[in-house]
Design a protein around this ligand. Sequence first.
Ligand code: TLP
Length: 346
Amino acid sequence: MIDLRSDTVTKPTEEMRRASYEAEVGDDVYREDPSVRKLEEKAAEILGKEAALFVTSGTQGNQIAVLTHCRPGNEILLESDSHIFYYESGAVAALAGVQTRTIKGDKGQMNPADVFAAIRPEDQHFPETGLICIENTHNRAGGAVVQVANMREIYHHANAHSIPVHVDGARLFNAAVSANCSVQDFTKYSDTVQICLSKGLGAPIGSILAGSEDFIRRARKWRKRLGGGLRQVGIIAAPGLVALTKMTERLAEDHENAQYLAKSIREIEGLSILNSVDTNIVVVEVADLGCTADQFVEALKQKGVLAVTFGPTLVRLTTHYDVTKANITTAIQAINELTKEVIGVN
Ligand code: TLP
């Protein structure tokens, strides 16, 4: 099977498995796990923040950020298709008791003027705007990179209103590689950031939430409340450190493979590419084949390629380090065959 469903499916490398086996561990709730401390310190340094917290998942990192920044009754501003709004099971309402105000972006990027207009003035009728969230890269916009200039403008304005900015940077390293800059070029325009170790970077588990010392101290408490205070968790943090320090540069390879895939699909009759393919995600429109995304994904599976639906007639294909260029060639052949069969039927 060639698994293009997500970069979450990557398996840990040999080096990660070894790091896990050899990890020095202790009770992390007592803050006695050296491997976790090392990971958190390195992550804070790389992300340009005072402190960092190791959390179990991207969703947990984002939710702890919302819980720590906001109070019940606050309103948060975020892009209409953002992961926090679209894919986190309504957690911000269920856990933090905040309401969402979504802003339609262009390629995942919110227009700063729309964000500023949505900030609530002081009035007893209105909720307080508690947080602005930016997703970079933007998943449902097809891994689109939110530009540094866009983040800068939103951050400066938010700052002037004392509203914190959180970045869901599940794939922030993909953004940095694509924009040929450092992650700090993005993170300096945020108060807090969440990055995933378990996506393109290949770690088996885990995310990092980074911010000021004071923020992380309060976030640690929320992590504990959510049952995320773990014990000898160095066995997981150690591969996370390998992911963070050794796996970021190679993301360029995934981006090249995505380009190759997109270019080949554009040449196939009945299919078109919807996104600009900035990074490792390719979004394919299958409507002209006269089939649904579900049917397409199921038929592709029969040919040994896994993908996910991304809308009624949209399919997402994601490249990652467990998929080689040769695998992509095989996947293209499968897609080609499949479309010929479907066109033959319709
Ligand atoms: N995204 C997953 C699915 O949940 C859709 C995927 O396969 O792409 N932020 C962003 C931008 C994400 O794409 C994801 C995962 C998360 C947060 C959540 O990370 P986890 O899965 O670790 O909770």
